[in-house]
Design a protein around this ligand. Structure first.
Ligand code: NAD
Length: 311
């Protein structure tokens, strides 16, 4: 296969001053993209600002012969998000790729989690995604091309102890991505979610001595394909961890239909209701929403009218 390149493409990568984002930015630039390296550079908690991480990555890219520009605005505010997208448009005149990767961590058990820590994490991961998608999306639709990658997490799919804020934000990103995929489909704007895991400062404090190699370079190719013109999927989730690349899906059990239920019949049928041996998957595109409703209504055995209700 010929090398999949990004010549003349313009990419924004948020949180690209360190860790996974740095690997994505370097990979895109190596393959010809002009990259806006966005990073506000603060601590893992999100406190503070530091221009050095973004500037360092731009320097690395340029010394390897690539093209990049630093942007130290924060994704956590609407004005910051707008400035990040404006930086790409002003500097390079277009925007083809948006990878929202910036992230912070503020862990504490749910019984102690402050509203401030809950909000701060949502501001970067979830609202931050909206803050950059919102100004980028109209440009991509108008130009008839766009590749967007949003970042979820194992915590977003399954939760974890002490990360109620992070898990809620990372699950929310999936909902946002699905709508971007749906509304972008008529404009060749594709949006997918990466569920990464890699050795970065986010792993600090965890005993990873028994882990296999799990560097960011094992995640970057999956993100690169999602960001490439040849990406054939939208509204999907790819997992990348320690060399394993896989697809995550939302699955339903076929379920049980009755024309009336009581608490007792739910109790009697719960094993059959929960039986996931034949999972049912509704791909977001073209229309999982309608497919879910139609599948459910078909179980009634009645004729289905056009114009299913919204839910
Ligand atoms: P990292 O801390 O190395 O990098 C995150 C970068 O985001 C930092 O350089 C930070 O300065 C930047 N950032 C934070 N707040 C910002 C803001 N408001 N505006 C702009 N930049 C900001 O962490 P990482 O592991 O590379 O994480 C990258 C993404 O991958 C995050 O979204 C994270 O939640 C996700 N993720 C990582 C793992 C993992 O195992 N490392 C697992 C699941 C998900």
């Amino acid at each position: 296969m010929p090398e999949l390149r990004f010549d003349d493409r313009v990419a924004v990568v948020t949180g690209a001053g360190r860790g996974l984002g740095r690997a994505y930015a370097r990979m895109l630039a190596e393959r010809g993209a002009n990259v806006v390296v966005n990073d506000s550079g603060g601590a893992l908690s999100g406190d503070g600002v530091d221009a050095a991480p973004a500037n360092d990555v731009v320097r690395e890219i340029k010394s390897a012969g690539g093209e990049a520009a630093a942007c130290t605005e924060s994704v956590a505010t609407p004005t910051g998000g707008a400035a990040i997208i404006a930086a790409a448009l002003e500097r390079y005149g277009r925007l083809d790729i948006l990878i929202h990767n910036a992230g912070i961590v503020r862990s504490s058990p749910l019984q102690q989690m402050s509203h401030e820590d809950f909000d701060a994490v949502l501001d970067v991961h979830l609202r931050g995604a909206f803050h950059v998608v919102r100004p980028a999306f109209p440009h991509m639709c108008a130009s008839g091309y766009g590749r967007i990658v949003l970042t979820s997490s194992i915590g977003g799919l399954y939760g974890n102890h002490g990360v109620a804020n992070y898990a809620a934000a990372k699950a929310g990103v999936i909902g946002l991505s699905n709508v971007v995929a749906l509304e972008g489909s008529a404009h060749n704007v594709k949006c997918n979610v990466i569920v990464p895991a890699a050795e970065t400062r986010m792993a600090q404090g965890r005993d990873t001595s028994g882990y296999p190699p799990w560097g960011p370079e094992l995640v970057a190719p999956a993100v690169g394909w999602l960001a490439h013109e040849s990406c054939s999927i939208s509204g999907e989730m790819l997992i990348a961890i320690a060399g394993r690349i896989a697809r995550a899906v939302v699955a339903e059990t076929p379920g049980v239909y009755r024309d009336s239920w009581s608490v007792e019949t739910v109790s009697e049928q719960i094993d059959a209701i929960r039986d996931a041996s034949v999972p049912v998957i509704f791909p977001v595109l073209p229309n999982a929403h309608a497919d879910h409703i139609a599948y459910s209504f078909r179980m009634t055995g009645r004729e289905i009218r056009e114009g299913a209700p919204h839910g």
